[in-house]
Write a protein that binds this ligand. Structure first.
Ligand code: AMP
Length: 438
């Protein structure tokens, strides 16, 4: 049997591939990243790209030593003579903040808005919507703690998914307060759970020591039943005055911009460097267990990575999950654009000339050519199959006269155009897509 791709990975394939669904369509994938680029760059974000592998220590500090990601899901990178200290990145924020600090991006005007997209790696138990290599679109803002930045970040996330046509999305907004608030909350959680230690899962007993808040997003049904039974109060009840004012300000902006959201007191981010605003993006038809994306403020992260105190906030969504949601909603893609012109030679002798004419047009437009000579009927059918706006033929008469025989596919009109005038002629006709040839 031929070799297969690793478990938990996907191939994103070109149009026309057998059984192509949206979640493995390369064009759909590109449509998501192009749409994100348009929306985020209009919002003032600059593209950044960072390595796919980073020091394990960076990921440990950035994602948190107590998380499943770091404890169970890291892909370690080995190479000849290596100390084994690198891992494939499981998310984008840590590397991006490292790059910000390491390259002196603090000198750029603040707030600095950055975006990226690319593969992320987690050695997860593979199941529907849970891959080992998946892709994220990531937006991060460094250098401001203003709640207006938080609201704008949420607005942009919603804009991207709406620009893709998704309607069933919902923002669940919460706040995890300031570190002091979380200390108080953790003390409350310890007090609440300690009398019921024997009913907690092993993982959660461990969390009670290290990071009690993480018990709340435990995947164990027993833990969740206990949480419900004890009517555990949410973090939101423990916000201090400043964190509460920040939360209200974010909500105020979202309300005034008519961004729909629901307050979800159960949203938790267990790491020390997270502050205040946290949210998730959900989809009605995909269910609460698998979010499309999430975001939060991480004012303590830069310091955790050894840099100066730098406020930051960001979000990421999973491209495969977004494509899954688009498929659920029955959304399509914008029609694939064919070439402006398909150029065919009528005999073998003139194939290089047809190629030369096509190559010359490519600085202005997409121009395809036939690698083999074709009869006129076949050439027109090929032009149509490719979705070409025009088909051009070159035979002995055209070669001698320095022209092409051009056909406008939609109207069927034909005329002869000198090769030297072809580019100008096509550009003019293409700019007015309704018009034919004459
Ligand atoms: P996280 O960094 O865990 O907050 O994840 C952000 C988003 O990335 C999630 O909401 C998902 O859309 C996506 N994501 C995370 N893990 C996976 C995975 N294993 N497979 C596919 N998508 C994922």
């Amino acid at each position: 049997m031929a070799l297969q791709r690793p478990k938990g990975t996907k191939d994103h394939l070109p149009d026309g591939s057998p059984q192509l669904k949206l979640d493995v369509s390369a064009r759909a994938f590109q449509h998501v990243t192009d749409t994100a680029a348009r929306v985020l760059e209009r919002g003032g974000a600059a593209f950044i790209a960072t390595p796919l592998f980073e020091e394990a220590e960076l990921v440990k500090r950035g994602v948190g030593g107590s998380t499943d990601i770091v404890r169970k899901e890291m892909f370690t990178v080995f190479y000849f003579g290596d100390h084994g200290g690198y891992v494939l990145r499981p998310e984008g924020t840590a590397g991006l903040v490292r790059a910000y600090l390491e390259n002196g991006l603090k000198q750029l005007p603040a707030p600095l808005k950055l975006w990226t997209h690319g593969p992320m790696f987690r050695a997860e138990n593979v199941q529907k919507g849970r891959l080992r290599q998946f892709h994220q679109v990531d937006y991060e803002v460094l250098g401001s703690a203003d709640p207006l930045i938080d609201a704008e970040a949420i607005w942009l996330m919603v804009q991207v998914v709406q620009a893709l046509g998704l309607t069933g999305v919902q923002v669940k907004l919460g706040s995890i307060g300031d570190p002091e608030d979380r200390d108080t909350y953790n003390a409350y959680l310890r007090q609440t759970f300690t009398p019921h230690l024997e009913r907690l899962s092993d993982d959660s007993r461990d969390r009670l020591e290290r990071n009690p808040m993480r018990i709340l997003d435990s995947k164990s049904a027993g833990d969740q039943a206990l949480i419900a039974e004890l009517s555990v109060k949410p973090m939101l009840d423990f916000l201090g005055a400043e964190a509460r004012a920040h939360f209200e300000a974010v909500r105020g902006h979202l309300d005034s911009w008519k961004v729909a959201y629901v307050v979800d007191p159960s949203i938790v981010r267990g790491l020390d460097y997270y502050r205040r605003t946290a949210w998730e993006l959900h989809h009605a038809q995909i269910g609460a267990k698998s979010a499309l994306g999430g975001g939060g403020r991480y004012d303590g992260l830069a310091k955790e990575l050894g840099g100066p105190e730098t406020p930051g906030i960001g979000w990421a969504f999973g491209i495969e999950r977004i494509l899954g949601a688009m498929e659920q909603e029955g959304l399509g893609l914008p029609a694939a654009e064919g070439p402006a012109v398909y150029i065919a030679a009528l005999d073998a002798e003139h194939v290089p000339l047809a190629a030369w004419v096509a190559l010359g047009l490519r600085s202005e437009m997409r121009a395809d050519f036939g690698y083999k000579p074709q009869k006129p009927g076949n050439a027109f059918r090929e032009g149509e199959r490719r979705g070409a706006t025009f088909t051009a033929l070159i035979g002995s008469d055209e070669a001698a006269a320095g022209t092409v025989a051009l056909k406008h596919m939609a109207s069927g009109e034909q005329r002869s155009v000198p090769v030297g005038e072809l580019s100008g002629f096509l550009l003019e006709r293409l700019s007015d897509s309704q018009s034919g040839i004459s």
